[in-house]
Design a protein around this ligand. Structure first.
Ligand SMILES: [Zn+2]
Length: 426
């Protein structure tokens, strides 16, 4: 249809931050020299985007899910387990339950299993061989399971069988529990839920069986001999059943591609039915090849209505409390975006491009944790709608023309600028 424009949605993970003494009281985004983002902010409208998860810490899949048009209530129901399963390309049948897992170091003490290292010494490549002894296991009660390795110490557990439920508690004692700590017995979230009780019992049988099969594995003997922590067990969290996820972008029928190097975002995009574009050069760290990602975006813009670019390293720097690293990485991102603003791109696209820049949540580089502050954001629609913001940063965006808005409203504003939704005032 005439009047429609293509869209580029850039999600910088953990973009927003708080003033940091190491940056003379500025945030990493304020302290960074970002002429391209400033140019977009000056020629567009800015906002603070509220991730709207006041009742819980916002995560990448919930924050990004809302930006991609999933209703906040639906994203709350979407467990991380199925997202990670989709992230590694795992097929899930209707009713299967998936959980995120770690290879961990467990020890038996007084008859119970205790966690001594939640990541088994950050084990990496050996997990493929270890997982091979945890395939097609019959757990009784018509329930079977297999474990699939993901990146580093991570894995996904799939439980299959009739009448399973994702409403069960974790066996992982959690990142904030001091170690050593006992492996938790999974329980139904509702004690009167028979499906959840069966599923939790099966998971507890898996925990014991995985320890028996892994503790004497020759690879673990070799790890012990070289002073490394053995991967003697599997701890699991965030169970959920496979589900199709409705979204505004899906309802409109936009042909959408995601360019990313991180499994959570790739999984979310697959569940939403988007094309996923990834490459060995795209990592989830600041060492990602930004030039290659931007080149992939340029190519994808030629045959998609909407392209989403996700960059994870901003969040990683903030988790490491490296505010200056986050500042420097933002400067590298800004420089890498230059080809998207070049004049020849407009010719390639035979029209204007709407560019939105935001984040899935804020990550505070003072404390190293996710915070629920609203995220500095901008919407550039070819210089046609502007506000008074001249640079891109938290303080400027607080006075942006779009105001303080939800992720859903930010997406709607972008789709309006692209010509897909009527302006509310029309
Ligand atoms: Zn995130």
């Amino acid at each position: 249809m005439a009047g429609r424009r293509r869209g580029l949605l850039i999600i910088l993970d953990g973009l927003g931050d708080r003033p940091n003494p190491a940056l003379d009281g500025e945030t990493p985004l304020e302290a960074a020299r970002t002429p391209n983002l400033d140019w977009l902010a000056a020629g567009g409208r800015c906002a603070l985007v509220d991730p709207g998860m006041a009742d819980r810490p916002v995560s990448t899949h919930s924050g990004a899910g809302v930006l991609l048009g999933v209703e906040p209530d639906d994203i709350r129901r979407l467990a991380r387990g199925p997202v990670e399963a989709a992230g590694i390309g795992l097929d899930m049948a209707d009713g299967d339950v998936a959980m995120r897992c770690n290879f961990a170091t467990l020890e038996r003490r007084d008859g119970a299993l205790w966690v001594t290292d939640r990541r088994a010494g950050r084990i990496a490549s050996e997990t493929h061989d270890l997982a091979s002894v945890l395939q097609n296991i019959a757990l009784g009660d018509d329930i079977s399971t297999s474990l699939y390795p993901a990146t580093q110490h991570r894995a996904v557990l799939r439980l299959s069988g009739p009448g399973l439920s994702g409403a069960i508690s974790d066996t992982d004692p959690g990142e904030r529990t001091p170690l050593p700590a006992p492996v938790c017995a999974s329980q139904p979230l509702n004690p009167d839920d028979p499906s959840a009780l069966r599923t939790a019992d099966a998971l507890n049988r898996f925990s014991a069986l995985a320890y028996e099969r892994l503790r004497g594995h020759p690879l673990n003997d070799a790890r012990r001999a070289s002073g490394k922590a053995p991967a003697t067990g599997i701890i699991c969290r965030q169970a959920g059943t496979a589900a199709t996820v409705p979204s505004l972008i899906g309802r409109i029928g936009l042909n959408t591609a995601l360019v990313a190097g991180e499994c959570t975002m790739l999984g979310l995009a697959r569940l939403l039915g988007h094309t996923t574009i990834t490459d060995v050069r795209f990592s989830s760290l600041p060492d990602t090849d930004l030039g290659a990602k931007v080149e992939a975006v340029r190519a994808a813009l030629l045959n998609h209505d909407l392209v989403v670019l996700h960059i994870k390293g901003t969040d990683v720097c903030a988790h490491d409390r490296d505010s200056d690293g986050k500042r420097r990485f933002l400067e590298r991102i800004d420089a890498a975006l230059a080809p998207l603003l070049a004049e020849d791109l407009a010719k390639d696209l035979a029209g204007n491009l709407v560019i939105a820049v935001t984040g899935d949540h804020c990550t505070d580089s003072n404390s190293g944790v996710h915070i629920n502050d609203p995220v500095p954001s901008l919407l550039f629609a070819g210089g046609k709608e502007v506000d008074t913001c001249e640079t891109f940063g938290e303080s400027q965006c607080a006075h942006g023309g779009l105001g303080v808005i939800s992720g859903t409203t930010f997406l709607v504003s972008m789709l309006e600028a692209m010509g897909y939704l009527p302006h509310a005032s029309a």
